[in-house]
Design a protein around this ligand. Structure first.
Ligand SMILES: *[C@@H]1O[C@H](CO)[C@@H](O)[C@H](O)[C@H]1NC(C)=O
Ligand SMILES: *[C@@H]1O[C@H](CO)[C@@H](O)[C@H](O)[C@H]1NC(C)=O
Length: 175
């Protein structure tokens, strides 16, 4: 009986190790994960109870949204000027630079941008310069974190970094 129990314990142990290995090595999307030695998911901090996370690796908008959800987060919304200001204070040349998908896209009407999850019009971002790919629609919105911060309207299949948010602090085991 004793032998049986310890065998079960060992099997469970190995199953757990293998599960966490495969979970970290092959997430259900197609980004590159960690790059250039920088960490894959970085907690940028908390503002108004919202945690922002910068996610390394190149993903299109749909993949970015799915990847945030896989992490237990959401593709980020920037709903107040305090949140927008906060993101500018946490720019970091190693861990939070360049273009990041956020949860806004057009609703198949030219230049009418909507927060996807909360289905509300995007109004917070108009204080930033907006750079457009000049596609009339089918564009998604990216936050460009290098200062001065900008907004890019890019085709949704473009692959850039990802900005996720969460009401909770999510523990991330970086690879
Ligand atoms: C994103 O990439 C996936 C996998 O390559 C593809 O199936 C999907 O159509 C792409 N979505 C967009 C909006 O480009
Ligand atoms: C996070 O909290 C806000 C404010 O309480 C709420 O409106 C929002 O639905 C929450 N988001 C999620 C993903 O639970």
């Amino acid at each position: 009986m004793m032998k049986f129990i310890s065998l079960v314990a060992i099997v469970v142990y190995f199953a757990t190790v293998q599960w966490s290995d495969s979970a970290s090595i092959s997430p259900p999307s197609h980004g590159n994960g960690a790059q250039g030695g920088s960490r894959a998911v970085v907690h940028l901090g908390t503002v108004e109870g919202k945690n922002f996370y910068a996610v390394n690796g190149y993903r299109n908008w749909t993949e970015a949204k799915e990847y945030c959800q896989w992490l237990g987060m959401e593709l980020a919304t920037i709903e107040t000027s305090a949140q927008l200001y906060f993101l500018q204070t946490v720019y970091n040349r190693n861990t939070f630079r360049g273009n990041h998908w956020i949860d806004a896209r057009d609703s198949f009407e030219e230049r009418q941008f909507t927060w996807d999850r909360i289905n509300a019009p995007v109004s917070t971002l108009s204080s930033l310069p907006i750079l457009s790919s000049h596609m009339p629609y089918q564009t998604c919105v990216a936050y460009y974190s290098d200062l001065p911060a900008k907004i890019f309207l890019d085709p949704c299949e473009t692959t850039v970094y990802t900005l996720c948010d969460s009401n909770n602090t999510v523990t991330i085991q970086n690879i």
